[in-house]
Design a protein around this ligand. Structure first.
Ligand code: GCO
Ligand code: MG
Length: 402
């Protein structure tokens, strides 16, 4: 089955999404997500200028060989732009193969290992009271796992706290907006949130928290320790892991489970973390880590070391990524949880999908392929709009991690 053509579709139904569509000589097509929040056009160019001309004429069934061709063959391997582009091709090809087999993608991976995929939603509020109410709303919707973020007194804005509760969108301006950060204030305040949540809702709901790369290892160790009485499902991205070894410092002080990896692109970014058992959940997902083909390798290594999956699923990952990820999650033996930030209604109509939410779980559906399509006419009504992620500074003006 020959690849006859491919095109990149950019649309902004509330936020920007980049989608690759691959056509074959058998009338089948497949789609893959290529969205890299705040850097969308670099992936568009990478695909249009370099990848698409190479893959036209190739056999669409040879997914592994095409993956290796794009990874080894470009010489400049790894990195978010390269790996998102490879992921888009890979996802589209798995979509095509599953359509050709007339099966949902999870069947090709090895079949369902569970009935459905447990997801976590995002509850956030300006203060502890508001966050508590928001967590209650997610419990009422049936969620079994909820991430909780709250505003910190004395800091004007905090990561994860939004006006628009169900649809958090951090890329909010043409140029990066500026946030202010105080580690001291945050470290004192956060345990109070989880104390209040456990006092109100007990220990049944799984509670998660995202530190968003802001602490040093010893500070993260302190936070993990202070959160132990509230038995979190996980503490996410507690430090920026450019140096994987630094997680030893956190690990030796706390039994709070650790999740890391949403910004990783390859197995090499998390090899040490996994092999030395420094994390409990790996957050890599389809679009930013080379597609189903590479994610499967990461999950395989993780399985050897008691590390479960916890795929990134923020709104900047398109429904195409979600559909592929859900097929992956239904199969993967060492599944942990899937993040699920809802897309707006406009986004959901641009990307008709077979997956559905029920009582805290998502199911990918049984449509052949990954079960997600794109309505190109509708997509064309929402042109690209430049939007950047914020930057973050300490109170004295020093640049910090957002
Ligand atoms: C999460 C993430 C996101 C990122 C976003 C950046 O855990 O969901 O941290 O909210 O900030 O994906 O584009
Ligand atoms: Mg995160």
């Amino acid at each position: 089955m020959k690849i006859t053509d491919a095109k990149v579709i950019v649309t902004c139904p509330g936020r920007n999404f980049v989608t690759l569509k691959i056509f074959t000589d058998q009338g089948l097509y497949g789609i893959g997500d290529a969205t890299l929040n705040g850097r969308e056009k670099s992936v568009v160019s990478y695909l249009e200028d370099y990848v698409i001309p190479c893959i036209i004429g190739m056999d669409a069934h040879r997914i592994e060989d095409i993956w290796q061709y794009l990874y080894r063959g470009c010489y400049w391997r790894r990195g978010p732009v390269t790996m998102s582009a490879i992921a888009a091709v890979d996802t589209a090809l798995w979509d095509i193969k599953a359509k050709a087999a007339n099966m949902p993608l999870y069947q090709l991976l090895g079949g369902a290992s569970r009935e459905a995929v447990m997801v976590y939603g995002h509850a956030n509020g300006a203060d502890i009271e508001e966050t508590k109410d928001e967590v209650g709303k997610y419990i009422d919707l049936g969620y079994k796992a909820i991430r909780a973020q709250t505003g910190v007194p004395g800091i004007p804005s905090t990561y994860g706290v939004s006006k628009d509760k169900m649809y958090y969108e951090p890329a909010d301006a043409e140029l990066p907006s500026a946030n202010v950060w105080s580690t001291t204030k945050y470290l004192d305040h956060t345990p109070k949130l989880f104390e209040a949540l456990r006092n109100t809702y007990g220990f049944d709901p799984h509670l998660l928290h995202d530190v968003h790369h802001r602490l040093t290892p010893i500070e993260a160790a302190r936070l993990g320790k202070s959160l132990e009485p509230y038995r979190l499902f996980w503490m996410e991205d507690c430090v920026a892991v450019d140096n994987q070894e630094s997680l030893h410092r956190v690990r030796e002080h706390t039994v709070t489970p650790l999740a890391i990896g949403e910004i990783f692109n390859t197995i090499w970014d998390c090899k040490t973390l996994i092999e030395q058992e420094l994390i409990d959940y790996i957050r890599t997902t389809v679009v930013h880590a080379g597609g189903i083909t590479h994610l499967r390798q990461i999950a395989g290594l993780a399985a050897l070391h008691h590390v479960k999956t916890g795929c990134h699923g923020a709104t900047d990952l398109s429904p195409v990524c979600m559909g592929a990820s859900l097929n992956f999650n239904l199969w993967v033996p060492n599944f942990g949880v899937q993040e699920y930030m809802r897309h707006t209604e406009e986004t959901d109509t641009v990307f008709p999908h077979a997956y559905h939410f029920e009582d805290g779980f998502l199911h990918p559906g049984d449509q052949p392929g990954h079960g997600v399509d794109i309505d190109e006419n509708l997509a064309a009504k929402y042109p690209y709009q430049r939007a950047c992620l914020p930057v973050n500074r300490l109170e004295d003006g020093t640049m910090w991690n957002w």
